[in-house]
Design a protein around this ligand. Structure first.
Ligand code: HEC
Ligand code: HEC
Ligand code: HEC
Ligand code: HEC
Ligand code: HEC
Ligand code: HEC
Ligand code: HEC
Ligand code: HEC
Ligand code: HEC
Ligand code: HEC
Length: 341
């Protein structure tokens, strides 16, 4: 009986620890996957040799911000083409020799070299098409997790919604064939985002919207596409915790008389951030419906009962009382009147 108990206890513990152990195994596998092939410093030869065979990439490269790394200030493994593609010594030897043989008419020897699987493999550069999204991003983060570009912008990339769903730097950036040279973007910003977020294109096509499609502002004004700490990858504004206040500072307060939902639930309790079919990007077709959603004693209302319900003077059947903000005009908060009048 005792032995049976012991066995049962051990079995129980083993079963209970399965999820723990399996996440550990997965984590170490992820780490292994993220690890890049080791690189030997003696394998680095510099970028000047590449232009001969890769004219397109080399010419374009000199026009991009990455050309800044092509000098002695950078370590050999962070310099020029090889910073991303790895050491090229064997690559040059292999293709250089093959080219020479062909020029000398020794096609058979060249073919034999090409067919030498071991040498061909050793001559292979890092090609991004063969990497997982984690590995590809890791090469970029070698330099960009720290201070290249805007500080701290990408500190959280690895835990971002994008990285966690397998989106890599290269889904948005291209080193050699970007649509825009500035920021090496694959496409102009909203269009690039719409490729995966088609529902947001629909929101921004609604009659009342932030001027993102018109180019007046960008998705990245409100979101950090590289990841951050806030829900929905929203950006912190400098002063507050909502990105809206960066541009609508007049709505921030502090006011002597605050309207509670703004501080408690944020701007989204009354506005849609992207676009709406209703004026002022409100969540309801008419202001009164919005207000009565909270200021009524209907079931589910957020204020209700002993809270602030419009007084008897408000005859809601009369046109005069339907436009709430005609009288309660400082709806975001007031320094004059506790009822925002
Ligand atoms: C003598 C010619 C030659 C030189 C010089 C040369 N390459 Fe290549 N490279 C090639 C050829 C040929 C291929 C194979 C193309 C293919 O398979 O379509 C290649 C392929 C590549 C690839 C794709 C991955 C691979 O290995 O197949 C990368 C990346 C690359 N080269 C980078 C470089 C860089 C960086 C330099 C300079 C340090 C360089 N190459 C210099 C001829 C050359
Ligand atoms: C910042 C990182 C970076 C640097 C620096 C860089 N490349 Fe690339 N390279 C890439 C990426 C990423 C790709 C995949 C295509 C793309 O996104 O444009 C690529 C693709 C290539 C290819 C096509 C073969 C393949 O792997 O698909 C060649 C050839 C190449 N690069 C050569 C070069 C040469 C030559 C230089 C230097 C003049 C260079 N690269 C510098 C990142 C880089
Ligand atoms: C060897 C270090 C290094 C690596 C690796 C590297 N970068 Fe960069 N990157 C830089 C530097 C340096 C700049 C220029 C920053 C500046 O202008 O202040 C830069 C600039 C950029 C810019 C801004 C371009 C602009 O016009 O301002 C983008 C986008 C970028 N890198 C993306 C990438 C991507 C994607 C990868 C991976 C394929 C990558 N980088 C890999 C060093 C690197
Ligand atoms: C979802 C798309 C997306 C992904 C994924 C992404 N970026 Fe960006 N990145 C952008 C956009 C859009 C901009 C331009 C922002 C702007 O216009 O202010 C940008 C700007 C940059 C800049 C230049 C401005 C700055 O912030 O310093 C760098 C450098 C950069 N990205 C590097 C990277 C690296 C490295 C990765 C991967 C670790 C990456 N990005 C992943 C969309 C993306
Ligand atoms: C004016 C600021 C602002 C702009 C500009 C903006 N967003 Fe948002 N976005 C927000 C806010 C705020 C939320 C959170 C909504 C919520 O939690 O109810 C959000 C939510 C999201 C979500 C999560 C899904 C959802 O609806 O909750 C996605 C995806 C998104 N935005 C993508 C985009 C894209 C793509 C663009 C550009 C085409 C963009 N956003 C432009 C403020 C903005
Ligand atoms: C290659 C596809 C792809 C591109 C391009 C892309 N995204 Fe995403 N994005 C995703 C995926 C996948 C997720 C995670 C699943 C989801 O929430 O839809 C995501 C999530 C998000 C979220 C967080 C939503 C949440 O619920 O937390 C925001 C915000 C966002 N993306 C904004 C952008 C912006 C801004 C751009 C353009 C600069 C962009 N995305 C470009 C695929 C993409
Ligand atoms: C990058 C600056 C910027 C940010 C961030 C921003 N807005 Fe705006 N917003 C504007 C500009 C500019 C206008 C007026 C021009 C227009 O019609 O788009 C505007 C207009 C509005 C309007 C009035 C629309 C109308 O029809 O009159 C509302 C409501 C609004 N924003 C709410 C928000 C909310 C909520 C947020 C946060 C999710 C936010 N804004 C973030 C710049 C911004
Ligand atoms: C309690 C609901 C409510 C909340 C919460 C709210 N608003 Fe409003 N907002 C309104 C109403 C109602 C209007 C329309 C006023 C009118 O038509 O007279 C409006 C109008 C606006 C306008 C356009 C007119 C103007 O006054 O400039 C902007 C911009 C705006 N709000 C931004 C914000 C921002 C930013 C936040 C978050 C800090 C926010 N709102 C939170 C109800 C709200
Ligand atoms: C998301 C819910 C919500 C919405 C929508 C909302 N309010 Fe409020 N409102 C509140 C809360 C909560 C208070 C604080 C009530 C309290 O302290 O008893 C408040 C307070 C008020 C007060 C001050 C009452 C007093 O006794 O000090 C007025 C006036 C008011 N709201 C008017 C409006 C108007 C007009 C609208 C429509 C534009 C509106 N509210 C939309 C939640 C809301
Ligand atoms: C013609 C001007 C006017 C309009 C329109 C108006 N109100 Fe008022 N409201 C007032 C006045 C004046 C008060 C002060 C209390 C009183 O005398 O009834 C008030 C008070 C309130 C209060 C606070 C009640 C309390 O007990 O402190 C709320 C909540 C309120 N109104 C909501 C609304 C809503 C919701 C609408 C739209 C359906 C609205 N008001 C439309 C003038 C107006």
């Amino acid at each position: 009986m005792r032995i049976l108990k012991v066995v049962l206890v051990i079995l129980f513990c083993a079963t209970a620890s399965v999820p723990f152990i399996s996440t550990r195994i997965k984590a170490s596998a992820d780490k292994k996957e993220a690890a890049l092939p080791p690189q030997d410093p003696s394998q680095y030869v510099g970028s000047s040799a590449c232009v001969e065979c890769h004219t397109n990439q080399s010419t374009h490269y000199t026009l991009t911000a990455h050309n800044k790394t092509n000098n002695e200030k950078y370590r050999v493994d962070e310099r020029g083409c090889e910073a991303c593609h790895g050491g090229a010594k064997q690559h040059l030897e292999f293709y250089g020799t093959a080219q020479k043989l062909i020029k000398e008419g020794k096609d058979a020897e060249a073919q034999a070299l090409y067919d030498d699987a071991a040498k061909a493999k050793a001559a292979k550069m890092i090609s991004f098409s063969g990497l997982s999204s984690t590995q590809a991003s890791a090469i970029c983060l070698k330099c960009h997790e720290g201070s290249q570009g805007r500080n701290e912008e990408r500190f959280n990339f690895r835990r971002s919604e994008h990285a966690r769903h397998g989106v890599s730097c290269l889904d948005c950036h291209s080193s050699h064939s970007p649509k825009r040279t500035e920021f090496l973007l694959r496409n102009t910003e909203p269009n690039m985002c719409y490729q995966c977020h088609a529902d947001q294109r629909a929101n921004f096509s609604k009659p009342f919207h932030h001027k993102v499609p018109e180019g007046g502002m960008k998705c990245s004004d409100c979101h950090n596409q590289h990841g951050g700490f806030l829900a929905k990858s929203l950006r912190n504004s400098v002063t507050g915790d909502t990105p809206c206040l960066k541009c609508h500072a007049d709505k921030q307060g502090p006011f002597v008389y605050e309207h509670a939902p703004i501080k408690q639930d944020g701007c989204q309790s009354c506005h849609t951030p992207h676009g709406s079919s209703y004026p002022k990007m409100l969540t309801r077709p008419q202001v009164k419906f919005l207000c009565l959603e909270c200021h009524s004693n209907a079931p589910g209302a957020k204020v209700g009962d002993e809270g602030t319900i419009p007084t008897q003077t408000h005859d809601l059947t009369s046109g005069r009382y339907q436009n709430c903000t005609a009288c309660h005009f400082d709806i975001h908060g007031s320094n004059r009147h506790r009822q925002f009048r």
